[in-house]
Ligand binder design. Structure first.
Ligand SMILES: [Cu+2]
Length: 676
């Protein structure tokens, strides 16, 4: 059975289990009578790939026996859960039976421009549209939701959203809890005063802060409870609220593991007691209930936190999300993985373009939430971003509001918050939405790799988005000015010979050769090793050779920084690391520069591990300083002699000096000349 089918079955089984168990367990645990109120956590039906999703005004029983008018997908609130295996092609015939335009956005899923549910591509009332695309994303917890022009907040609030879960057979080897022990949790807030209706009437405060309520629905369930076994569970938490930020925790403060962020698994499973989850964000956790007793109950909560704003409905208030009743002892068989799949972190020194996004709020009115002073214009392209180009997006929040910033068509990495790279676990990993706190500056590193076309960057507080805190950008495929057909290297003692071939060139000024010594502390800084002139514009093959001489022993990375005559830059990385090894004899080189003022470099080679001294003398044989005085492994070395800060109180005069290398029984000296 395919993994997707297994999960599908178990999601259904999970739904069945939680609906069937209460009666049985109630009789076993009558001391829990008071706790056993509320409604069992609901699980939306699983969507059959290739089928139809019909959006319509529907009546459902959110509260038992009470009618709630919602916007449902196939009659279900929340919408049916999509479960797809990575690599498979998703397809849905999406029918809009509302009396206003609608679009469906596949949040976090990388899709072609016309599949993205951009408000410029609405499905008009009574019409339909086929959304189909291969699922390229990493396994993880994604969602779909409304995205029509200025209607997003209302449509999502009325119920138009659902899970989109991507699975990957490669995840099985990790031994995570699956099936009935893998629980998606969509958290939304509504208002008790409006019960049982979802009335979307916004006042100025709702528009400024984002709409917030005072009661919680989990998977559309009010007063939800979930019965669990004394075992390890995976919870997939999604903030499906319009504007509320949650600080997720358990009522007894118990620790749990964060294993995934928006775009799938992290490279570690850190233990935490709480984390923040803003609108559109997802975090998967592992939580172990094995040390509870049957009959115990705890509560999944949002903890209080200091937040700006006032009024009846405001951020940072403590809220109960869902009760968890420990009712059984079945083992999930799941484990906390000892090793998580690696993540290649972007290096800020590889960034080719930095973009700044200043978030601001003008005086109250229409279009008060802005990015770079702009409000959304559906017909305006605000910038172009080349495919496969690493960019830094620096988000500067000048407001005392929360702004979860979401980019379509890419996964990104959070690099720093207010200059600190010591990030909370929920930030570390692949993201598509990042919470920018009041007055905070967040740097993210982002690259678009899949599709060209027009996409959106916006605040995911849905009232802010509808108010215009959203920009259009266009991903473009820039023809590379230089087509590299090979890039290889050889090592000759302490020299690295780089060889590359181009099959065509356009306007090519040349190549800077850059390297990093991976064993030095500053190993994130590319050093310029030289420049080779290009061939301008040519359609014939060109061969290039560059020798990087006099390297010290160690491991290196190389890249070509190709520049055209207009100053455009593109990078070509050498695919393998380069290792400079050991010399085959002892050797002391002539210092360089020579003559020198005030400093010079001295290279030496040690063919066996030895105790090494390198001593500088004046012309009368008086020792001035020892540049080296320690055990050294065999290798190529270099030290610097600076005449202005040697171990002497007076300035060294111009003249001839000697330097002597002793390494085991090898002794040799050379002269050098200082000219002041
Ligand atoms: Cu916002």
């Amino acid at each position: 059975m395919k993994r997707r089918e297994m999960l599908l079955k178990s999601l259904q089984a999970g739904a069945a289990i939680s609906l069937l168990n209460p009666a049985k367990l109630f009789s076993e645990n009558n001391f829990k009578e008071n706790a056993l109120t509320g409604n069992p956590l609901r699980f939306p039906p699983v969507f059959t790939n290739g089928g139809t999703m019909t959006l319509s005004n529907s009546v459902v029983n959110v509260w038992p026996g009470m009618d709630t008018h919602v916007i449902a997908v196939n009659g279900s609130y929340p919408g049916p859960s999509v479960v797809m295996q990575k690599g498979d092609t998703f397809s849905v015939n999406f029918v809009n039976n509302l009396n206003e335009p609608a679009t469906c956005h596949w949040h976090g899923i990388s899709v072609p421009e016309l599949m993205d549910g951009h408000p410029k591509d609405p499905i008009l009332p009574g019409e339909s549209r086929v959304y189909t695309y291969p699922v390229l994303n990493r396994a993880g917890t994604y969602l779909y939701h409304a995205h029509a022009d200025m209607l997003t907040a209302k449509h999502v609030f009325k119920g138009f959203a659902g899970f989109f879960i991507v699975v990957d057979p490669a995840e099985i080897s990790l031994g995570l809890p699956t099936g009935a022990f893998d629980i998606p949790l969509c958290i939304q807030d509504r208002r008790l005063a409006d019960k049982p209706e979802f009335n979307y009437n916004t006042d100025l405060n709702d528009k400024i802060r984002g709409w917030m309520g005072d009661l919680i629905l989990v998977n559309g369930t009010p007063d939800a409870y979930l019965e669990v076994n004394k075992t390890l569970y995976r919870f997939r938490l999604l903030n499906g609220s319009n504007g509320r930020v949650y600080k997720i925790a358990f009522s007894d403060g118990r620790p749990f593991r964060i294993i995934a962020t928006d775009q799938g698994l992290k490279d570690s499973a850190p233990e935490v007691n709480s984390f923040f989850l803003s609108s559109g964000e997802r975090v998967d956790i592992l939580v172990d209930f094995s040390d509870y007793n049957i009959g115990d109950s705890i509560t999944l909560k949002s903890l209080a936190f200091p937040a700006p704003g006032g009024g009846t409905y405001r951020q940072g208030v403590e809220m109960n999300l869902m009760r968890i009743d420990i009712t059984g002892s079945v083992s999930s068989g799941g484990v906390i993985p000892a090793v998580m799949p690696p993540i290649n972190y972007y290096n800020p020194s590889d960034v080719q373009t930095v973009r700044e996004f200043v978030l601001s709020m003008t005086s109250a009115g229409m279009n008060m939430h802005r990015m770079n002073g702009l409000t959304f214009d559906i017909n305006r392209i605000d910038w172009e971003t080349p495919l496969n180009s690493l960019e830094e997006w620096k988000i500067i929040n000048t407001t005392n509001n929360y702004h979860p910033m979401h980019s379509h068509s890419a996964m990104f990495q959070v690099y720093s918050r207010n200059g600190s790279t010591d990030l909370p676990p929920g930030d570390k990993g692949w993201k598509d939405t990042v919470l920018v706190n009041p007055f905070e500056t967040v740097r993210t590193l982002i690259k678009f790799s899949d599709y060209t076309g027009i996409y959106l960057y916006h605040c995911h507080t849905l009232e802010h988005e509808d108010d215009g805190m959203m920009l259009n950008f266009k991903i473009i495929d820039v023809a590379m000015p230089v087509e590299l057909s090979s890039f290889t290297h050889t090592v000759d003692k302490s020299s690295v010979v780089l060889h590359w071939t181009t099959s065509s060139e356009k306007n090519n000024k040349g190549f800077y050769i850059e390297r990093i010594n991976l064993e030095q502390i500053s190993n994130d800084v590319w050093i310029n090793a030289g420049f080779v002139k290009g061939n301008g514009t040519t359609s014939s093959t060109s061969e290039y050779l560059f020798t990087d001489k006099n390297l010290i022993t160690g491991k290196y990375k190389y890249r070509l920084k190709q520049i055209d005559f207009n100053g455009n830059i593109s990078y070509h990385n050498l695919s393998s690391e380069v290792e400079v090894g050991k010399p085959d004899s002892f050797r002391l080189h002539q210092n360089y520069p020579n003559p020198f003022n005030p400093s010079t470099k001295i290279r030496y080679e040690i063919s066996n591990d030895s105790f090494v001294t390198l001593t500088v003398y004046d012309i009368n044989g008086k020792e001035l300083t020892k540049l080296v005085n320690e055990n050294k492994m065999a290798g190529f070395y270099e030290v610097e002699f600076n005449s202005s800060n040697h171990n002497s109180s007076r300035k060294l005069p111009s003249g001839v000096y000697l330097y002597q290398l002793k390494a085991g029984s090898f002794v040799t000296s050379k002269k050098m000349i200082l000219i002041n």
